[in-house]
Design a protein around this ligand. Sequence first.
Ligand code: NAP
Length: 498
Amino acid sequence: MSTLQSFSARTGDVLAELPATSPAAVDAACEAAAAAFAPWQAATGAERAALLRGLAAALEADREALVALADQETALGPVRLNGELDRTAFQLRRFADLAERGEPFAFVDDPAVAGAPPAGHPAMQRWSVPLGPVAMFSASNFPFAFSVLGGDTASALAAGCPVVVKAHTGHLQLSNRVFGLIQQVLAAQGLPAGLVGLVQGGGRDVGVRLIRHPAIAAGAFTGSTQGGAALAAEAAARPRPIPFYGELGSVNPTIALPAKLATDGAALATTLAGSITLGCGQFCTNPGVILLIDEVQPEMDAKAVNDAFVAQLAEALKAQQPHAMLTTAMRGAFEAGVAHWAQAGADMLLQETAAAGQPPRPVLAQVSALEFIAKAALREEVFGPSSLIVRAASLSQALQVLQAVGGSLTVTLWGVEQDSDKSRALVRGAMAIAGRVLFAGVPTGVAVTAAQQHGGPWPSSTRPESTSVGDAALARFLRPVCLQDAPAWLTARAGRPV
Ligand code: NAP
């Protein structure tokens, strides 16, 4: 049997060895999820809510040990990890409330209309039913909120779907401890153990076997664009292709207009530096591209204002002390990404060498809009405490930069408070490529709420019409069924033949 290792993110020391899941055990987890589907699909909203609330309470009751373990394996620190655990419990309870209230399952009643078609039609009702067992791939950088009991698991369970989790190799012990809590709650509530399964493996075999299993009806993934693309291709190549909801990497352009920087530049530089280095830059919403417009304007020297802002940002970044990265592989990928910027001709404005064994230093580089548009290597996410300044000579060049990005979880616009042709063009350009457009603040920090949209066109996600955060995440795991001329007994049972 092959073994996996849990590592200390700070020292790289091996903390524990754990068995990889065998192919037979991956299959068994999928089959157990399939067996749990029928009763869970039949469960009432109140029963689903009870499970989700029980899971939230179990997480909170084990907080101290969970946070200590997560801190060892991720180096994210107790403040961040306690906050993330709070968010995870909050979203479990939010999906519990949604399942109980039943809004996502509301049906469309279309009574019969007498007469010839197209106006006349039979009695029809459009219901939503759960898809079936979901294969869920955890991300490394949110060991609670996008992991074993994160938003994907919570929303799938609320929808009526069992889940088989592929644990992330970056926090294996934590994943197993959370899984142990889940099993205790399932047993206490008399629910089948197979309703939530866990598999783990270091190579690609375990994840690929999971997404290929015939019992799996959908994939939910949070991670890199490369990993998401590989698994989305697997999901599409199955004999019976399935939906694959991949939340991927993103460069999150922030556009700061000179008039805004002329008044608030110093404060915005400090805020931005904090956002770039938050969690050592390991956020999918990290502002990876700062777009500045050097357009000649009668009332101000935009280039001078932008230059001053860049200098302030470099100073503010220099003062930051990022913590260790999640894994040594991620640290290596960060350094390789920064090296690619330099090789592609970027002007390296801030690039200090970290002392041996120390966390990475923040990086700031600069390129022209024309270079950014011409070189795909400059548009790739560099996951870590870094940002690329892109200098556009005009509004139209700035809009071409957004088009070149193509898809992003967020775009932030600073300085479009006044209605003008320019503001409208920028908002149009931002809405064309992003799932969320911000007009104040920074993109790091994603509220779990009704209007949230966490997704976007490729390469930020595989399904731009869906979200992995917020109430609408539940809808990913439902599909509509129309019942035409349904018998009275079925209508009386709310379309549920159980
Ligand atoms: P990752 O390396 O893609 O890993 C995610 C999961 O997919 C892991 O379980 C991994 O297995 C598995 N995996 C990766 N490639 C695979 C392949 N080719 N075949 C089968 N399984 C595969 O991502 P990560 O390092 O955890 O996370 C960092 C990335 O996630 C960043 O790009 C970040 O922007 C993005 N992210 C996005 C969001 C969002 O909501 N859009 C949120 C957080 C993070 P192993 O554990 O075995 O490696």
